[in-house]
Design a protein around this ligand. Structure first.
Ligand code: PLP
Length: 423
């Protein structure tokens, strides 16, 4: 399966035959074994942040216990070990995304910082008055506000691709929005509020017909779909370490090498320079130009371990398992009275948002929590989506490869309790 296709495409029999041993996998995640409110934890808030396998937790401890040191500048042993581990992590991220060079991988704080970096470098340099940036109506705030800010500064215009009642982008409207004025298309791979998988290959191709650069917000895409940025041909792809079974405080921005070379720095400081005097500073090469100051060294290293772990399990198998789970959950939840799923796109992954008649999402979340079930409630940092569907908030169950059908059953029973309490 390639990116952007329906998850159904993952269901080839060869993948299905080598199913994940989920019970075995769960042993790798110490947090999953605990009880919450006297009930076994059912963690269905993976779109907010995923849990960490022991290899990631161990890598953090090992770093601080055995080779904690600042990188790139030291000749001493520990610094060299840390530098090597950090740069190895970059190569792991490169392989995950199938980027052609490791310098195309920039370590950032998160998806949010990655998008701000692109808006403040590419956007600041390339946008002029009257230019347009196209985003979609299903973006997370972090793929709206940075563009809004730079558009305001440059007197450029933010255009929005609308969505239909199923939560799918209207591609004919997208086509209509594109023009010679379009400089950037910034769109999410998978919607965190609806679960929609967007047809990003097609959208990138369409944007390129107008020479617009494309940024894909992969915060929800990278953990669930196999990726190939060369095949996609996007200019930028961003994701967060913590949603990819790695630690918080680290993320990845992929950018095409030549394009990154041509961009000005994002932040000034150590590491991003070649030489500094009061008269003139010359900037370092990519990727260091974009990594000012001491980076999250241990974060990158531990993310590298998470990438190894996910690749070892196999993103195709993960996608297959999660798709099965997602279909089962959709079927079970669809049968419940008083519950409406928000976002019913033909191509969806791992996320089910729902509302319940006359019951606020926070009440749903609170009662589910009493049953040990962790779901997210609120606007999911996607207020325009809530406005589009005219709901104040939704409850959102989001799945990872360590979740099981039995856990879906606990969720469904929990919703039964919500109905009992409120009806
Ligand atoms: N984009 C999407 C689609 C997301 O789901 C999220 C987080 O939920 C983000 C961006 C922001 O990610 P972070 O908070 O890790 O920067």
């Amino acid at each position: 399966m390639t990116t952007g296709q329906s998850m159904t495409a993952a269901g080839s029999s060869s993948i299905g035959e080598s199913r994940l041993d989920v019970e075995q996998i769960r042993q790798d995640f110490p947090i999953l074994g605990q009880q919450v409110n006297g009930k076994p934890l059912v963690y269905l808030d993976n779109a907010a942040t995923a849990q960490k396998p022991r290899v990631v937790i161990d890598a953090i401890q090992e770093y601080y216990q055995t080779y904690n040191s600042n990188i790139h500048r030291g000749v001493h042993h520990l610094s060299q070990v840390a530098t090597e581990a950090y740069e190895k992590a970059r190569v792991k991220a490169q392989r995950l995304l199938n980027a052609s060079e490791s310098r195309e991988i920039i370590f950032v704080r998160s998806t949010t910082e990655a998008i701000n970096l692109v808006a403040q470098t590419f956007g600041r340099e390339r946008l002029q008055a009257g230019d347009e940036v196209v985003v979609s109506a299903m973006e997370h705030h972090s793929n709206i506000v940075p563009w809004q800010m730079i558009c305001q500064e440059k007197d450029a215009r933010l255009r929005v691709i609308p969505i239909n009642d199923k939560g799918e982008l209207l591609l004919e409207e997208y086509e209509r929005l594109l023009s010679e004025r379009t400089r950037v298309v910034a769109v999410t791979h998978i919607s965190n509020a609806l679960g929609t998988i967007n047809p990003i290959e097609q959208m990138i191709e369409m944007a390129h017909q107008y020479d617009a650069a494309v940024l894909i917000d992969g915060a929800q895409g990278a953990p669930h779909l196999p990726l190939d940025v060369q095949a996609l041909d996007c200019e930028f792809y961003a994701f967060s370490g913590h949603k990819f079974y790695g630690p918080t405080g680290v993320g990845v921005l992929y950018g095409k090498g030549d394009l990154l070379d041509s961009l000005p720095p994002y932040q000034g400081g150590g590491e991003m320079i070649l030489s500094v005097s009061f008269e003139e500073t010359t900037y370092n090469v990519v990727p260091h130009r974009f990594e000012a100051g001491t980076p999250n060294i241990v974060g990158a290293i531990a993310l590298g371990k998470a990438i190894d772990y996910v690749i070892h399990i196999g993103l195709e198998r993960i996608a297959y398992h999660e798709d099965e789970l997602f279909r089962y959950a959709t079927q079970q939840l669809s049968g419940l009275p008083d519950l409406t799923i928000i976002g019913t796109a033909d191509s969806k992954a791992s996320i089910i948002s729902f509302v319940m008649d006359d019951i606020h999402a926070h009440d749903v979340g609170t009662i589910l929590d009493q049953e040990g079930v962790a779901v997210r409630t609120g606007h999911h940092c996607a207020q325009p989506v809530m406005d589009r569907f005219e709901v104040p908030a939704t409850s959102r169950a989001s799945f990872a490869f360590y979740n099981t059908k039995e856990e879906v059953d606990v969720l469904v029973e929990g919703i039964g309790k919500v109905i009992e309490v409120f009806k």
